[in-house]
Design a protein around this ligand. Sequence first.
Ligand code: ADP
Ligand code: MG
Length: 192
Amino acid sequence: PPFPLKLRGPVIKGFGRGSKELGIPTANIPLSGLSINGYSDLDSGIYYGFCTLDHSTIPSSTSSTTVPSATSDTSIPSQSSSHAVLDLEYAASTPSTGRSPVYPTVLSIGYNPYYKNTTRSIEIHILANFSSDFYGAELSLVILGFIRPEYDYVSKEALVEDIREDIRVAQRSLAREGYQVYKEEGWLQGKG
Ligand code: ADP
Ligand code: MG
């Protein structure tokens, strides 16, 4: 299919089998997101691209420490929410125009043979550190290239080793001059 491919969807709970424990958390979005521009037949495999997160779609948690009350006294500074923290981390590289930070990502689309899944999923590893989870956030994605097909693995170590290499390939690819223009995609800022 022609790149860029554009996908958008809410971050949902995945298989909960410990991507985080491997040091490689993957934000899952529903498979329906795959048909957004008509490519429901997208090849399974590992891809790279850019994404943004819209935190305003995260349901209010019951924790009073992270959600400023709507009627709160404005003289009391609200507790820093998780996204305020991570926006700060990226302030240096993001124009101060209220735009969402654009993150490089490496993602897998497929059945994940190692885990013998029977339905396809989209799992997006964002190449940035976040201080907390963002389930419910709307994730917008432009996919820019294909790295490799899915393989099966004899061990978790071999799987992780390949993912580490995929991350390096994605970083090198996305740093190329020709890709920088895609960071400006209106799609990543919720348009289109
Ligand atoms: P799940 O099985 O629910 O997808 P994971 O172990 O794959 O669980 O963790 C994914 C979650 O971790 C994401 O939904 C997101 O809320 C959080 N997360 C934190 N840092 C990242 C990151 N760099 N990339 C992707 N998700 C991240
Ligand atoms: Mg996941």
